[in-house]
Write a protein that binds this ligand. Structure first.
Ligand code: ADP
Length: 582
């Protein structure tokens, strides 16, 4: 998790955030103009009051009867236009910044390497996309508007104070450095608590996601109370962090205003002394006092806006941190149209993390185009890791993998991945039609090709009776279709993709024999003419494979045909006896 950004970093984050607003600078400037208009009207009111007092009391002038009411409307009109422009333009820029950032962040998620997803909880990434990005809207639009508007108001008012009486004005801002220091300290606290709130929001999302996705498991284990308790803990932490922020926020203004009032008291002392000695005219006294009192409201707003601004900076920090992570380069390297399917592992080693040690080591074998390789071994022996190296979900940490005689790392990643299809036991379906799910592998596929793939994978057998046929909606993560149907949809995907290399992670789940026979039939058709790696559990698959690789604790300990390995009477023979009771 990110650490608290220092002031220096905060500035950098803010500048980077404002960089996103740069393309919309005309709208932004219009917003700033609105702010300026709004700000000057406050100073305008003081000017207005002073002249009103002068013309109505000091040297009565009948014109005052006309220009004061008209002036009031004009001033309010200007104020209204300024208010509208500042609110609308800033929000318009803010929402565009959010859209860009959200799009960029999601685009980045799609290209981050698998190792990144191994480290980060999916729910935290979701929380960043929804909650954290939304906080940026507040910081890059509303808060900055208020900040500019009210800072300008304060500056305009102080400018007017100097114009009226520079000596008094100088006295009145004597405590300004102390106020600035206070605001700075408070900002640091805001940033610290915001970061904690965002982290705990990630936890809230994570636990909620687990609870929602695991609803069946929770029901079966009667674990509702336990889950509620776990949720309550993060929920409470979130509340407590929010309250710390709110406490700081609630205290910050009274403290700042108290300091300001001490300054005010000092000025009043000097001013009243001057009035008593007839050194300050009444209208100037009132004008000065009005302008001085008018600064308190915008000052209060500037202090108030610090919290959302700092929340935005903390959110920006966490988002930029992800945007700075290295993504996979999909388009660089050697193009590859259609591989022959010749795969060679040369002394391949892999470790997920330095601490965990080697998960695979010294793996060497050569697979000729069209061969079927069965990979067997105890759970945790490295079978899944081995096949995931082929599509470069992970890159070897030692040795190399060659496809058609070329290191897989030399190919364009996009092209390399086009050469590989995967059918595994847990099939991920999107909340779309069956047709859409099949066409996922080749979005531009003509309908006839999709239907042919559906037929080849025996999908049509169940869609012919289903309402809507191939247009049947599979529901969230395919919850409306059965395990066997899901698997057939995934086979149809692979048929449509027509890649020269096929990876099968065989289902161990007990499908009924009739269904198993059908799925096997579809798979046999799919495997024809392709180099196939099967993480094999079924005896028939193993026996029919051209070669069997036996893994144990990340080492390739035996390899050969079923007959050869049985004759060898080693590890495989023992595993075979154990698994199939022969
Ligand atoms: P198999 O498929 O034979 O069951 P795996 O390839 O899944 O074995 O796992 C091999 C080893 O690598 C295991 O010790 C497992 O704990 C570890 N492992 C698997 N996936 C990861 C991962 N994403 N990060 C860290 N370690 C992993």
């Amino acid at each position: 998790m990110a650490t608290l950004p220092l002031n220096q970093d905060a500035k950098r984050i803010y500048l980077r955030l404002m960089g996103y607003a740069r393309p919309y600078w005309p709208v932004f400037l219009l917003g700033v103009f609105g702010n300026a208009l709004f700000a000057t009207t406050d100073a305008g009111f003081v000017w207005f009051v002073r002249n009103f007092l002068k013309d109505a009391f000091a040297r009565p002038d009948p014109k005052v009867l006309v220009w004061v009411p008209i002036g009031a409307v004009v001033l309010f009109f200007m104020r209204g236009v300024g208010d509208f422009l500042s609110t609308y333009c800033a929000a318009s820029v803010g929402r565009r910044v959010i859209k860009t950032l959200r799009g960029q962040l999601f685009g980045h998620y799609l290209k981050l390497p698998t190792t990144f997803y191994d480290r980060e909880a999916a729910a935290n990434l979701l929380s960043k996309l929804t909650y954290n990005v939304e906080l940026l809207a507040e910081a890059s639009a509303n808060s900055i508007t208020v900040m500019i508007r009210d800072s300008l108001t304060v500056i305009a008012l102080i400018g007017y104070l100097f114009f009226l009486n520079w000596r008094l004005a100088a006295i009145s801002i004597i405590l300004a450095p102390l106020i600035a220091w206070l605001i700075r300290k408070v900002n640091q606290l805001f940033r610290r608590y915001s970061q904690r709130i965002q982290n705990s929001m990630g936890d809230v999302t994570r636990i909620a996601k687990e609870g929602i996705e695991g609803h069946r498991l929770i029901k079966l284990f009667n674990a509702q109370a336990h889950e509620a308790q776990v949720f309550d803990r993060v929920n409470e932490l979130n509340r407590r962090n929010n309250m710390k922020l709110i406490l700081t926020r609630a205290l910050s203004n009274p403290v700042v205003q108290l300091v300001a009032s001490i300054g005010l008291a000092f000025v009043l002392y000097v001013m009243i002394g001057m009035v008593l000695r007839h050194r300050l005219p009444l209208e100037d006294f009132f004008a000065f006092l009005t302008a001085l009192l008018l600064t308190t409201a915008p000052l209060r707003r500037v202090v108030n806006v610090a919290a959302p601004l700092q929340q935005g900076i903390a959110a920006g920090g966490s988002i930029f941190e992800i945007l700075d992570c290295q993504t996979e380069e999909l388009d660089a390297g050697r193009p590859l149209d259609h591989s022959r399917g010749d795969v060679e592992f040369r002394d391949v080693g892999y470790r997920y993390t330095a601490e965990n040690g080697e998960v695979l080591s010294g793996i060497s074998f050569h697979v000729r185009p069209g061969e079927t390789i069965a990979i067997v071994g105890k759970s945790g022996s490295g079978k899944s890791t081995l096949v995931s190296l082929l599509a470069r979900y992970y890159d070897v940490t030692e040795g190399q993998i060659l496809l058609d005689g070329v290191d897989v790392r030399d190919y364009r990643l996009r092209d390399l991945r086009r050469q590989v299809s995967m059918v595994s036991q847990d099939v991920l379906l999107f909340n779309d039609t069956i047709r859409g799910n099949i066409a996922f592998s080749v979005p531009a596929a003509p309908p006839a090709a999709i239907e042919a793939a559906a037929a080849a994978a025996h999908v049509t057998e169940f869609t012919d009776d289903a309402p809507g046929g191939l247009e049947f909606l599979v529901g969230d993560r395919g919850s409306l279709v059965s395990g066997g149907q899901r698997q057939r949809i995934s086979i149809a995907r692979a048929v449509l993709k027509d890649a020269p290399i096929l990876i099968l992670d065989e289902a161990t789940s007990a499908l009924d024999t009739e269904l198993e026979r059908k799925i096997q039939q579809s798979l046999d058709e799919l495997m024809r003419g392709r180099t196939t790696f099967v993480i094999a559990h079924r005896l028939t698959t193993i026996e029919n494979a051209d070669r069997i690789l036996v893994l144990d604790a990340g080492q390739l300990i035996e390899s050969g045909t079923h007959a050869e390995l049985i004759a060898h009477n080693g590890h495989y023979a023992a595993l075979h006896r154990l698994q199939f009771n022969v």
